[in-house]
Write a protein that binds this ligand. Structure first.
Ligand code: PAF
Length: 301
């Protein structure tokens, strides 16, 4: 596996793979890898071709007072894990090369970034799309893979790819969960033991909402009420939002017709956690109970 720190070199490697008729498959990350990331690499390997993972803690997507400076960084561990999971290239650009002096362009998908997390993190998605467009231009992937925990990110990235005519397939992988259902996240490591216990309520709450939907309720406010009831039992969990929204527009829905997204964001202590679950009327598509890692530690729903 190659570790590449330089944009020119990354471009050359991709161009060579493309020139030889190979596929370039891309997994963008901010590092601090966990089994959710490994499931993205595993999925990437299924496509064949050159499997590139990037590790870049993108300052543009953190707001003032957020955890940019303390975001966990462990490049040695990450590169080892990426290699074991089959990555061919780990691209670790440095910040000065990604954002040189004078950098000022931004890419924004304004309406899809308004609801849900966008309400609480107003500049976050602009930072995500800006860095992703840059990474896409450098890595030139045929396919890029994202985890469904950040569902809003996926919808926004797909919109950007379509609006800007990027020739990139966006592929997704289900949420990978800890044994108690907590969605895997690099930020879970911030949780103190009692907070970690309390955080399990988020998945329990989603399941309560899903069960309400499965028993026939289509009224979003009733389902949201069920979710909030479970969360409010945990004093350490402070709800930012519980929403039911359209899967494509991310606008709130009052009555669920074919399907919708049930999404939660909550603070547990000082740690912000998100999770979601698709509510489908078709029983065989069941996103609260899929999952993918299949390893000893990860839970396969
Ligand atoms: O999902 C993430 O880890 C980040 O938002 C991404 C896509 C790597 C962009 O910095």
């Amino acid at each position: 596996m190659m570790v590449v720190n330089n944009i020119r070199k990354m471009r050359d490697i991709s161009a060579r793979a493309r020139g030889e008729g190979g596929r370039v498959v891309f997994v963008p990350t901010m590092g601090s890898l966990h089994e959710g990331h490994l499931s993205l690499l595993k999925r990437g390997a299924d496509f064949g071709g050159l499997l590139v993972m990037s590790i870049f803690v993108n300052p543009l997507q953190f707001g003032p007072g957020e955890d940019y400076l303390t975001y966990p960084r462990d490049i040695d561990r990450d590169t080892e894990m990426a290699e074991d999971a089959g990555a061919d290239v780990v691209f670790i650009p440095n910040e000065a090369e990604i954002y040189p002096e004078g950098f000022q362009t931004s890419v924004d998908v304004p309406f899809l970034g308004r609801n849900l997390c966008g309400h609480f993190r107003p500049h976050h998605f602009g930072g995500v799309t800006t860095v992703l467009l840059k990474l896409f231009n450098i890595v030139e992937p045929h396919v890029a893979i994202f985890g469904e925990k950040d569902y809003q990110q996926i919808v926004i990235v797909r919109r950007m790819v379509s609006d800007l005519n990027l020739d990139i397939e966006i592929d997704t992988v289900p949420v990978v969960r800890e044994r108690d259902g907590l969605a895997m996240s690099s930020r879970n490591g911030y949780l103190k033991p009692d907070e970690r216990m309390a955080a399990g309520a988020i998945y329990k709450a989603l399941l309560a909402g899903k069960s309400c939907f499965d028993s026939g309720s289509r009224d979003a406010s009733i389902i949201i009420g069920e979710v909030e009831d479970v969360l409010s039992v945990q004093p350490m969990v402070s709800i930012q939002y519980v929403k039911i929204c359209d899967l494509d527009t991310l606008e709130d829905v009052d009555t669920i017709e074919d399907g919708a997204l049930l999404a939660v964001a909550a603070m547990v202590g000082r740690t912000r956690l998100i999770d979601n679950c698709k509510l489908y009327t078709t029983p065989e598509i069941d996103s609260c109970t899929d999952g993918s890692a299949g390893t000893e530690r990860a839970m396969v729903w």
